[in-house]
Design a protein around this ligand. Structure first.
Ligand SMILES: CC(C)(COP(=O)(O)OP(=O)(O)OC[C@H]1O[C@@H](n2cnc3c(N)ncnc32)[C@H](O)[C@@H]1OP(=O)(O)O)[C@@H](O)C(=O)NCCC(=O)NCCS
Length: 198
């Protein structure tokens, strides 16, 4: 069984939608309102991801992890930091994240395929692509109570800050993790994985 990282195309949107909806429901039960999770569906997410790939892929390619038996099993989107979060101020600057940083917007591995090294491969692919585009720093916002924050710590991310925001009809706490030197992170053995997995 082989999992390969690919640049997402329109042919992947249904698989991405399945990963996204199933991962949200498995991860965010108890963290986000049930109405938000029940209201999600594959068709709407397919339309959303088709739009993302069509309109944003040039600036921030979306990567999928593709399993030769199961199809799309993971997805990540990333790019230059979003304007509203642009972190050229403390506490981001205190860990070395400055203007011109990259940001990981989404990272989801299907619940049936977690703990196979796919998340590490996807974040490695995102970091490599950001580097190719001249961005050597990155950060991510994650729900404070999501165990995925410890995955980011395992990937070498440094805790930066917390914030509260009104999202999906709920007041949620988030935590930010940052990588001030992606070249260094990518060079660390056994951390982020190579793009091709066996
Ligand atoms: C978080 C997520 C992306 C990790 O992907 P994954 O494919 O399951 O993780 P990997 O198998 O690549 O794990 C790589 C390493 O991180 C560790 N790890 C994975 N998840 C972890 C967690 N929640 N806490 C601590 N360590 C974790 C693994 O044990 C592994 O360690 P090792 O190198 O010592 O073997 C995945 O679990 C996921 O999609 N979760 C649900 C969605 C989500 O919360 N996404 C983030 C939204 S911001």
């Amino acid at each position: 069984m082989t999992v390969t990282l690919l640049k997402a195309t329109q042919g992947h949107v249904r698989g991405i939608a399945r990963v996204y909806v199933d991962a949200w429901r498995a991860t965010y039960a108890g963290l986000l309102p049930p109405k938000t999770l029940v209201g999600m569906d594959y068709d709407r997410q397919s339309v959303e991801w088709a739009y993302q790939i069509r309109h944003k892929a040039l600036h921030a390619p979306i990567l999928v992890a593709y399993d030769d038996k199961s199809g799309v099993v993971g997805v990540t989107s990333f790019g230059r930091s979003r304007i509203e979060d642009r972190p050229a101020r403390p506490p981001f600057t205190q860990v070395g994240i400055t203007l011109g940083s990259g940001e990981v917007f989404t990272l989801y591995v299907h619940p049936d395929h977690q703990n196979r090294g796919i998340g590490a491969a996807l974040i490695g692919g995102a970091f490599e692509t950001l580097r190719e585009r001249g961005l050597n720093q990155a950060y991510v916002w994650v729900l404070h109570d999501n165990p995925a924050r410890y995955f980011y710590e395992r990937m070498g991310g440094r805790f930066i800050a917390t914030r509260r925001e009104r999202l999906w009809g709920s007041d949620v706490a988030q935590a930010a993790y940052g990588w001030p030197d992606l070249a260094k992170t990518l060079a660390l053995p056994g951390l982020v994985r190579s793009a091709r997995l066996g």
